[in-house]
Design a protein around this ligand. Structure first.
Ligand SMILES: Cc1cc2nc3c(=O)[nH]c(=O)nc-3n(C[C@H](O)[C@H](O)[C@H](O)COP(=O)(O)OP(=O)(O)OC[C@H]3O[C@@H](n4cnc5c(N)ncnc54)[C@H](O)[C@@H]3O)c2cc1C
Length: 278
């Protein structure tokens, strides 16, 4: 049960959404955007979040797009993880999001909600960081397309009232060789101890991580070392671990030492699968 009352809005355009948000704020109240609403409900039930109004993005046509337009694949923020996986429009993203939660939850969880999640994992970001994805966001009353990395650093850095509308991927990335490996503590369904996604572009490995630090990341230094074929793979992996950008997570899912052990093994599998040398 949610212990507080809140207003629910489901606008049918971007303009109406922005107006609704501004109207709520002008009354001195707090508004929260939702896409799938699963995280909002979970957090509201345990009083981890409070809001006066919820604005549901599911009614905005732009947020429900899932199609190839010319040389771009466009994915609306309110598209569910299962729809993305089942469409097979971007198998790498599909393979990664299929590892998040259970099948029923993935019918509700959206890509917009996962990218903007308050949790540390945000696994759907991993492929997007590797394929230089762009995002369409609202800026005031306007919309603009910017690179994901210009607004995503550890987490989405949208200003208050800004909304993620779409993720846009250049289709030239879609057929690149990829791998997405996730290791959890017990079952297939669970937060990652380590989740690694990788592609090879122009003979170079690109790799992104979730579960290792308390945010998803891609590291130039780690990629440089992993691609340095002068050294054997095992040595490259050891060196890459020195470039993990911040402290390794140590929690109930796994101790720091265990995560390092799992990460080494997952990286070995990635290097072997992607034929990155001996
Ligand atoms: C059983 C279960 C297992 C899970 N396992 C994993 C896992 O292994 N890996 C993982 O990465 N995640 C996992 N999750 C977390 C889950 O992915 C997130 O909580 C989920 O992505 C939220 O999606 P949603 O669409 O329901 O988000 P919502 O509840 O709609 O929103 C989540 C957050 O995003 C913001 N938001 C939503 N849409 C927008 C938008 N368009 N623009 C701006 N901000 C927006 C909201 O304000 C809110 O802060 C799991 C969740 C469950 C229930």
């Amino acid at each position: 049960m949610i212990s507080f009352d809140f207003k629910y809005f489901k606008p049918s355009s971007v303009a109406e959404t922005i107006k609704t948000y501004n109207d709520v704020c002008e009354q001195g109240e707090k508004a929260l955007f939702i896409s799938g609403g699963t995280e909002f409900i979970t957090f509201a039930r345990v009083n981890k979040i409070h809001t006066d109004a919820v604005i549901d993005c599911k009614g905005i046509p732009e947020c429900n797009v899932l199609e190839q337009r010319g040389d771009k694949l466009v994915i609306g923020a309110a598209v569910s993880l299962n729809k993305i996986a089942n469409s097979n429009l971007f198998p790498f993203l599909g393979a990664t999001v299929k590892q998040i939660a259970d099948h029923s939850s993935r019918n509700k969880i959206t890509i917009g909600g996962n990218i903007n999640s308050e949790l540390i994992y945000k696994e759907s970001v991993l492929p997007l960081l590797l394929v230089d994805a762009n995002v369409k966001i609202t800026k005031g009353n306007d919309e603009e397309i910017v690179s994901l990395t210009s607004v995503f650093d550890r987490k989405m850095n949208l200003s208050s009232g800004e909304l993620l509308l779409q993720v846009i991927i250049d289709t030239s990335y879609i057929d690149l060789p990829y791998i997405s490996l996730k290791r959890t503590k017990f079952s297939k369904v669970g937060y990652p101890v380590v989740s690694v996604a990788a592609i090879v572009k122009d003979n170079l490995l690109r790799v992104a991580f979730s579960g290792v630090c308390d945010y998803p990341f891609r590291s130039d230094e780690m990629e440089r070392v992993l691609n340095d074929s002068v050294f054997p793979v095992v040595e490259r992996i050891e060196k890459a671990l020195n470039h993990i950008p911040s402290q390794i997570v140590d929690d109930l899912q796994g101790s720091r030492e265990y995560r390092v052990f799992v990460l080494k093994n997952v990286l070995l599998d990635v290097m072997e699968e992607m034929e990155m040398g001996e």
